[in-house]
Design a protein around this ligand. Structure first.
Ligand SMILES: Nc1nc2c(ncn2[C@@H]2O[C@H](COP(=O)(O)OP(=O)(O)OP(=O)(O)O)[C@@H](O)[C@H]2O)c(=O)[nH]1
Ligand SMILES: [Mg+2]
Length: 472
């Protein structure tokens, strides 16, 4: 497989693809998208503009009203709108026709069938965006951000995806690659023309490499933040029976998801639900109260709770503030000792003022963080959400402008680049011949190119687009 940078920049596909671009089910409108060299001739066969004009003769970026008909029988399928984009100024870089029909799976399904019969082939998942990438309309990081934007669960995740799609990360990486290419050229010149330009300036080389390596490292650091928003976290609620775990789950979800009763041992299975706490997408998991029990069902539930603790990104350890700690609490505390967790003292409404004051003064700023709440009254829940945010992000916040890494693939590529840059720095420090330095610089350039796709192989690219939805 040749590197993609050697692929031609003009449209490279001779087949035409089609798919329903709107989600399945009922909806106001449904859209069928067709892209490729025959997109407009297919529109000619199926669509009759009220103006009487042929779609293939219409100008780009225009919208037309008309009827969608089966060319075989003449039957009208829908009255619809046709959007025309001409190559190369379209999403894919190819000729594109989009039918905006009435919603519902039958209408869009029939429109798609007509397009296929007229010569299009059903698009693979992500194939429109794949073509956009291969036709040079966007780079790989931007293409991945398309998928991230569609999948974003919170506004912050959406903002990160939007910035990546706009090319902020690509631009930053592009600048770094340009500077590395400058260093590579300097090293190569001393190999080829050492008599004219003399020895390599090792000091300059070392300083240049250090600066770029530090920038790569700062991007890698942003990954711990960016990935939380892209992938979300698992928040597991544990504690003894009856302390208010399910009540807390319901409060965080703002819905009555789990059964709450005064009977200890109410929850017996894991209850998982998606939530959004201060922009952080998360799966909140309520568990069976931890205790020794003879009840078979409850015992399985307790076992599952222990497994959930293993998979948690953060644990809320709920205690009943009106009761003294028990042996079970000591066991739970020991189990959580090396796991990230927050102690949540619940039911503080049952305490008198003096007891509440005592609880408050016993809480320190140290680890683990602890928060006093009354789920029944809503006291302290906002502080708890703030504490969750702080624990998850560890004080890392985005300034809203800089490039952020939110994807494991990008993180790995940058780590590879950092390692090669370190090796280049070491080779420079030891004043080895410039050939050795150029090998490491080239490796770093290749690693950075994986993110934006210049050096990505067909296999990597296929894997990325397989995860997309159909019609995108
Ligand atoms: N006074 C008071 N009662 C509460 C509070 N939060 C929950 N409760 C009550 O405590 C009881 C147990 O609540 P649950 O949420 O079912 O407790 P749990 O920890 O999920 O219990 P199990 O599922 O049995 O482990 C219920 O009667 C709740 O109404 C609170 O803040 N104050
Ligand atoms: Mg419960």
């Amino acid at each position: 497989m040749p590197p993609l940078s050697s692929l031609p920049m003009k449209p490279i596909f001779n087949d035409t693809i089609a798919a329903i671009a709107t989600p399945p089910g009922e909806g106001g409108i449904g859209m069928v998208r067709i892209s490729g060299p025959s997109a407009l001739s297919i529109a000619d066969a199926l669509f009759h503009c009220v103006s009487g004009k042929k779609p293939s003769l219409l100008p780009t970026h225009t919208l037309h009203y008309g009827s969608l008909r089966d060319p075989a029988s003449g039957e009208q399928i829908d009255d619809a709108l046709l959007l025309i984009f001409r190559a190369p100024r379209s999403y894919t870089g190819e000729e594109v026709a989009e039918f905006s029909c009435h919603g519902g799976s039958v209408t869009t399904g029939r429109a798609l069938t007509l397009a296929l019969r007229a010569g299009a082939r059903l698009a693979e998942p992500g194939e429109f965006t794949l073509r956009a990438f291969l036709n040079g309309r966007m780079d790989l990081a931007q293409a991945e951000a398309v998928c991230d934007q569609i999948r974003a669960k919170t506004e912050t995740a959406h903002r990160i995806a939007l910035r990546q799609r706009a090319g902020i990360l690509s631009k930053r990486l592009g600048e770094m690659r340009q500077r590395l290419i400058g260093l590579l050229a300097a090293a190569e010149a001393t190999i080829d023309f050492s008599e004219e330009i003399g020895e390599l300036d090792y000091g300059m080389m070392s300083e240049g490499l250090r600066q770029i390596r530090e920038e790569v490292e700062s991007l890698i650091r942003s990954a711990s933040y960016g990935r939380i928003y892209r992938e979300g976290i698992r928040l597991v609620i544990v504690g003894r029976p009856n302390v208010g775990k399910s009540s807390l789950l319901n409060a965080l979800l703002r819905q009555d998801r789990a059964i709450v009763t005064p009977i200890a041992g109410t929850t017996r299975d894991l209850i998982e639900e998606s939530a959004n706490i201060r922009g952080i997408p998360l799966t909140a998991i309520d568990t069976a109260g931890l205790r020794e029990t003879e009840d078979l069902v409850e015992r399985i539930g307790v076992e599952r709770a222990r497994e959930a603790i293993e998979s948690a990104s953060l644990i809320l350890y709920v205690l009943d503030a009106s009761e003294n700690a028990t042996e079970e609490d000591a066991r739970i505390a020991a189990m959580l000792a090396d796991r990230p967790h927050i102690r949540v003292y619940n039911k503080i409404d049952l305490l008198d003022d003096l007891q509440r004051e005592r609880l408050r003064s016993s809480q320190t700023d140290g680890e683990p963080a602890s928060v006093a709440v009354s789920v029944s009254n809503g006291w302290g829940l906002e502080t708890l959400e703030e504490t969750i945010e702080r624990s998850v992000l560890g004080g890392r916040v985005s300034d809203g402008e800089s490039a952020i890494i939110s994807n494991t693939r990008h993180q790995r590529a940058l780590e590879q680049a950092r390692d090669s840059l370190r090796e280049a720095e070491e080779t420079t420090r030891r004043q080895m011949p410039p050939d050795f330095i150029t090998i490491d610089i080239r490796a770093a350039l290749d690693a950075l190119g994986l993110v934006t796709g210049e050096t990505a192989t067909e296999e990597i690219i296929d894997r990325i687009f397989q995860d997309f939805c159909i019609g995108k």
